[in-house]
Design a protein around this ligand. Sequence first.
Ligand code: GDP
Ligand code: IMO
Ligand code: MG
Length: 438
Amino acid sequence: MKRGRTAVIVGAQWGDEGKGKVVDVLTRTFEVVARYAGGHNAGHTVIINGKKFILQLVPGGILRPECTSVIGNGVVLDPLAFLKEVASLRAGGVKVDGNLFISNRAQVILPYHRMMELGSENAPGGVKIGTTSRGIGPSYEDKMGRRGLRVADLLDEKLLRTHIENACREKNLIGHALFNVDPLDADKMFREYAGAAREVAPFVRDTALLLNQALAEGKSIVFEGAQGTMLDIDHGTYPFVTSSSATSGGASTGTGIPPTSIDTVIGITKAYCTRVGGGPFPTELTDAQGEDIRKRGNEFGAVTGRPRRTGWLDLPLLRYAGMINGISWLVVTKLDVLDHLTEIPVCVEYKVDDQATGEVPAQACGYEKIECIYHKMPGWTTPTSNVRTLEALPKAAREYLAFIEKETGARVGMISTGPDREQTILVPEFVRALELSH
Ligand code: GDP
Ligand code: IMO
Ligand code: MG
């Protein structure tokens, strides 16, 4: 039997590009959705007939009962957050039993991870990343330090008790010495997490095996990226990044699907740009224009409610995202947010010391030297939120998209003109290439 087809959905900017919506559209024909990185720092919004779902840990496939959803080994799992999300999905009538699985190799987030993160974020004189305070970074630190707790170990009560006792002893000492925080009670923590483990247990599987078997049986898989290229631990605006491999390479290590089984990488970009938290943002608008885009685009964090910083589309960064991820298709979201503009500046080039450069700085301070060169595109000043075909888009909007294609070398396969599942334009070649019309 021919193995199933696969596609990675990856954020091409700093997250919140609309990955949740795109995954939802793909699950029309894709049978399995697997998350490969991050944790409940993600907030993926899906709106179906006006009903809104914000998914943090659970993959978007959950909203189609026939889909299988997998939380891969590359994810850091907060069992309490997971159970809360599952309870809220159940309450909303969503099926989660028998179609949602967690890797036995995923790392577990424990309360001391949040304690260490808050201490370090609030420490005087330190670099403030502006994290989501979910314990993501410290949990990945423990993973790489080979002292983390994995889901398989969470289910082993004896091991869990020893792990929590030893970790609390160490973290309480460090927390007190560095941040003067109150110690955590290991016994209370053990009881709470042993209880959670019993509820999590039915979801746990060897998901690398499950996914590879699914592929061998001809099932199709979409890998749901979290965060975005510029938040990737290696390729992003370090240290203002998250602590995981958000880029497409993470789909392989974060699920156990070999790189040779990845067919397509789809990069998601807004028609403009946003970022939440600290760090470089070359095309940022800090004026009334930026405020206007924030309002029209409802640019407030899905999870934290924090206002997102806004700016113009940054093509050098999009080209970089294309190179790092191997993007062959782009999805442009939130085109409708620019509907009112008569003119849309797009950054086409970076200049450093008056020299054009295609290089993205390795150092956060390197961005301070960048001068953005803008090309002004004519706006379309026509509402697009009800448009359903490429041909029906205003000419200037089509030219805007064609310009993105020309400048990045990637094809635009899908355009989103509103948050609802239906507010989507699918390009026929994209539908054919991804077999979306079955
Ligand atoms: P993700 O983290 O990449 O899944 O994106 P988020 O869900 O955090 O943020 C995207 C936000 O934009 C959500 O509130 C979506 O409902 C909304 N959205 C997605 N696509 C569109 C679009 O085409 N137009 C508008 N106006 N909103 C959109
Ligand atoms: P989705 O999947 C946007 C940002 C945080 C902070 C930095 C590090 O919804 O696109 P962390 O808590 O991960 O250690 O924070 O990363 N960040 C996101 N920004 N979208 C996300 O996820 C993000 N996940 C983390 O704001 O700047
Ligand atoms: Mg989000």
